[in-house]
Design a protein around this ligand. Sequence first.
Ligand SMILES: [Mg+2]
Length: 322
Amino acid sequence: MNMPTEEKQKRRVLIADDDPVSRCMLASFLAKWGYEVIAVGDGLEALRILQGPDAPRLAVLDWVMPGLEGPQVCQRMRAHPDLPYVYVLLLTARNEKTDLLRGLEFGVDDYLTKPFDSRELRGRLQVGQRILNLQESLVEAQEELRFRATHDLLTGISNRGAVLEALNREYSRQKREGGSFGIILLDLDHFKYVNDTRGHLCGDAVLREASHRIAEGIRPYDTAGRYGGEEFLIVAPASDESGTMALAERIRISIESLPVEAEGGPATITASSGLAVSRGDSPLEPQILIHLADDALYRAKDKGRNRCEIASQPDVILTPPR
Ligand SMILES: [Mg+2]
């Protein structure tokens, strides 16, 4: 039967028990219930598998084992919250309440006292799977929210907040480590005309396609975002004047190269860009940099559009406008 990887992983169980008889019995029950079983005899091996690639998401751990005991395996795993959640069922011969509570403090989800009732074990594993499913939908919902909070929904690229954050991050990095970086403020030419003559659907198609070409044109470590209306901001780490200009030109050419396919026929678009560079020897604050790029953009528009202009380095470091 073909199952998606995620489903498969949830049907896989790790059993860790140093008692071979108990281990075999567990393995045969679980196999009968349709689980794919990985069985090991000590805690260190269990931890290695649970922290490895494609780890099972369900684990049945014996309490007392050589290497690491069940609760310690769990504790070490929980110290890495970035790894996918593993639901842990602890098997124990101990039935002292205080001991069990201690087990739960190590991050164990549930426990079962040996000798266990197979129906109870089956039921508890099903609870584990339900919890895993819930946890997964929660993670998906969080990712969706995070995406919505940082991306522009029309174009799918970073939004203004996210690209400004990238700029601030790059500025802090520069203050610590030096080096130059550039920014590009790009504005689509005559966009209002497109909207007015071809309608907003065409305008949206143009924005989406321009975003796409910008995203394709940047390097993996650059950040591009929609700054406002038809304006985009690109943050280009590790770039001097010529590097930033080369990047801006590449994007400008890709935008003018092909008309955008839109309802009612192709629409030709071009863009103008203003560039500014913060040099390692004289870093410029983000607000000043944007201000300089904006001036350069204005010049590019003034000189006939579909071109890139770079700001000259200011003689004095201005204080950011309030
Ligand atoms: Mg044992």
